[in-house]
Ligand binder design. Structure first.
Ligand SMILES: [Zn+2]
Length: 278
């Protein structure tokens, strides 16, 4: 007997993550219009964290049937990722899936909510911090489409430096010299703003792991250095699309915060034009 989710649970799981796949390395949108103007396509799956029946992945004997079909045991994924998580139980543990689900739900929540104002001076300090983080995003790695990156290593390093700057408050130049010393995101007083920066850092981390996965799998080929220049080849266009859409999501989340605190938002790509990245 399978403990399947009912349709209300499935629907709620999809809504809670804004119909996006919850795998941070994927985040594909799982719904869209059908060609005829009245229909919609759904490529999302409400997957079980602990399997619905004995013998399934991550099956937990101690759970009741009710627990197995409850929303707490579900995660919204695209069809590919739903297959992926059942291919390797050790790699895709229950704890990992729960972490994916939480990040995904937090990102979806932040995309729709505004936060409550704080008393004057605390708010001013927060705004100064956001202004500092805005400076951290002011680099080509957050401005140019992925296929225009001159150096993939520099791109990865720039993302790493940004994570460090937002987490510790030290913004360093490429040679390691501290350019600006501020405070890390744990000093933000406004809980919702801090939460938003946490999600942004999670997405930045996902960007780095997606990049190293792509290099490992040969989806990005890094050629030998020749006269101080290196040749790169993005063999899988999906990697480029993932990088662009994830960065655009990061920039949008951060820009939403900028607008709330009253500083200019960021733009990605740098020069707005109607391109395939939007
Ligand atoms: Zn997916």
């Amino acid at each position: 007997m399978r403990d399947d989710f009912d349709s209300k649970t499935k629907h709620t799981l999809a809504l809670r993550v804004g119909h996006r796949c919850s795998n941070p390395n994927c985040r594909k949108s799982t719904s869209g219009p059908q060609e005829d103007a009245t229909g919609a396509v759904n490529i999302g799956v409400a997957a079980h964290i602990s399997a619905a029946s004995p013998g399934g992945k991550r099956y937990d004997l101690r759970m009741t049937s009710q627990e197995r079909k409850s929303i707490d045991n579900g995660i919204w994924l695209c069809q590919n990722c739903a297959k992926l998580i059942d291919s390797d139980e050790r790699r895709f543990s229950g704890d990992l899936l729960i972490a994916w689900k939480q990040t995904s739900e937090r990102a979806a929540l932040l995309a729709v909510e505004n936060s409550a104002p704080l008393p004057g001076s605390t708010q001013d300090e927060d705004i100064e911090l956001v202004r500092f983080y805005s400076q951290c995003f002011d680099r080509p790695a957050f401005q140019d489409p992925f296929h225009e990156e001159g150096s993939m290593e520099a791109f990865d390093k720039a993302i790493e430096d940004t994570i460090t700057a937002i987490s510790t408050g030290s913004l360093r130049a490429r040679d390691g010299v501290v350019l600006t010393q501020s405070k890390g995101k744990s000093y933000i007083s406004n809980l919702q703003w801090r939460e938003r920066m946490d999600v942004i850092v999670d997405l930045l981390r996902a960007t780095r792991s997606r990049y190293s996965l792509a290099v490992q799998k040969g989806q990005i080929h890094i050629g030998p250095e020749h006269e101080g220049r290196r040749f790169y080849h993005i063999r899988d266009s999906q990697v480029g699309e993932w990088m662009n859409s994830t960065r655009s999501e990061i920039i949008q989340l951060f820009s939403g915060l900028c607008e709330e605190v009253g500083i200019p938002p960021l733009q990605f790509p740098r020069h707005y034009r109607k391109s395939k990245y939007w």
